[in-house]
Design a protein. Structure first.
Length: 462
């Protein structure tokens, strides 16, 4: 019987490495060996001699290699409504934009997903997620459009299949024709999971159950959504404790705060992660820690909508899993995650802990391993370790912007946005010298511009 051929290997050498493993192992000059879609070996100095089937060697002098960034909260469709309602708080912003969002259709959502994914991928994101919850009647296959865009760009992806069943007639914010019925939302969500979710180790597409928020869905949708997710074996995602107005709303409608409401509907657990979690008291944080409920921290969006400063240092100290999120680009117009490393560190230092709030390595961990934790994929990605998926980024720190900063992690987090020389997902390169390898950026820019104008025109006529 013939010996099995060695997998194709890529060897990266002469680079600084931040593994973000449990010991925060770092190498001032080291190597990474990729074999197939996995990390085979890494360490200090030169790569081992005699490796078979080496198809590529990369001299990464002047670069830092890290795990790929992991985005844990986004709304891709909002790419088409950037720069609007710029001086609003959350509720006023939603009231201003829902009439426009209610007019989206499949071509718009596909273009918006391309734009959102392209910006993140160019900036070092290797795993993305989209919380899509607006499904106007007759709009087409919106979930399929988002998944198709991620597949084409080569990004690992989680679709949080959202839903809303509380329209204006029931005291909600979205127009009635943009919400689903309870039964329709549950059925469509289950079909999306069955059609697209892949539970394998190296899955490129996964699906989570994700009713939008306490003020846009019924209690039954929250409760039955949790039951559905656990019956299907997938994760749960929603917005939580984002603003003081939400806190007031929950007390008025349910007679309790958001965290207690979530617990009463089955929405705390190690299979759950929430976006924002800005207004959390000590008991809320303790409940999240006790149940290992995760948090997607979105510092730029929280600032853009004047929501407040999340208590991230306290969450981390309590043992709450925390990752980073871009959030929708109608509340974070840059659409980039690598800038959130810096913003997370800086904004949290404006809070009670001041200079002791977060350091550069904690910020990097939020954007990598922390993200893998809240997406339920920490055994597969989020750190550089042998056997894990080869999702990694080469950051160029040899340019004018970074060359005088001796600490490469500090350069990445605190310095200007670092250029991405190469980004790999499962050993497949998706970015080279800051440009996408599997999509035409100029065509995406044209398409998103046209679809944004079409949406604005339709909304104005409606």
């Amino acid at each position: 019987m013939a010996a099995e051929a060695a997998p194709p290997r890529t060897v990266i050498e002469n680079c600084a490495i931040a593994t973000v493993d449990a010991d925060d192992t770092e190498y001032a000059s080291g190597y990474v060996v990729i074999a197939g879609n996995r990390i085979e070996a890494l360490g200090a100095g030169r790569a081992p001699e005699g490796l078979e089937n080496v198809v590529r060697r990369i001299d990464a002098t002047g670069h830092l290699v890290t795990p790929g960034l992991i985005n844990t909260h986004h709304h891709f469709y909002q790419w088409l409504t950037r720069g609007l309602a710029t001086d609003h708080n959350l509720f006023d912003w939603l009231v201003a934009l829902y009439p426009t969002w209610a007019r989206i259709d499949e071509p718009m959502v596909y273009a918006a997903a391309q734009g959102s994914l392209a910006m993140m991928a160019r900036g070092g994101v290797t795993t993305a997620m989209d919380h899509h919850y607006v499904y106007p009647r007759g709009a087409g296959d919106l979930s399929g459009a988002v998944i198709r865009a991620a597949r084409e760009l080569g990004v690992r992806f989680t679709l949080a299949r959202g839903s809303m069943d509380r329209g204006e007639a029931d005291g909600g914010l979205p127009p009635d024709f943009a919400v689903e019925t309870l039964e329709g939302a549950l059925a469509a969500t289950e079909e999306t999971v069955r059609q697209h979710h892949d539970s394998s180790f190296d899955a490129m597409t996964q699906v989570a159950v994700a009713p939008c928020s306490p003020f846009s869905v019924s209690t039954e949708l929250m409760r039955q959504g949790a039951e559905l997710a656990r019956r299907l074996g997938v994760r749960l995602h929603t917005h939580g404790s984002e603003t003081v107005e939400e806190e007031k709303f929950c007390h008025e409608l349910f007679g309790m705060g958001p965290t207690d409401y979530f617990e009463s509907t089955g929405w705390l657990g190690e299979d759950v992660w929430m976006a924002h979690c800005v207004h959390m008291n000590d008991a809320d944080i303790a409940a999240f820690a006790r149940t290992q409920t995760g948090v997607a921290h979105c510092p730029s969006s929280n600032a853009r909508l004047a929501a407040g400063i999340a208590r991230v240092p306290d969450m981390l100290a309590a043992g709450v899993p925390v990752g980073l999120g871009v959030d929708g680009t109608a509340s974070n117009e840059s659409g980039e995650l690598h800038t959130e490393l810096r913003n997370a560190l800086l904004i949290n230092r404006l809070g009670a802990h001041r200079e002791a709030a977060l350091n550069a390595r904690q910020a990097l961990r939020l954007g990598t391993y922390g993200g893998a934790q809240v997406l339920g994929r920490a055994g597969e990605t989020g750190s550089l370790e042998p056997g894990k998926l080869a999702d990694l980024v080469l950051w160029n720190l040899g340019t004018l912007a970074h060359a005088s900063i001796a600490d490469p992690v500090a350069a990445l987090v605190l310095g200007a946005a670092a250029p991405v020389t190469a980004s790999f997902v499962g050993g497949r390169q998706i970015v080279e010298n800051g440009r996408l390898l599997h999509a035409d950026e100029d065509e995406i820019a044209r398409s998103t511009r046209e679809e944004a104008r079409r949406l604005a025109r339709i909304a104005a006529e409606g």
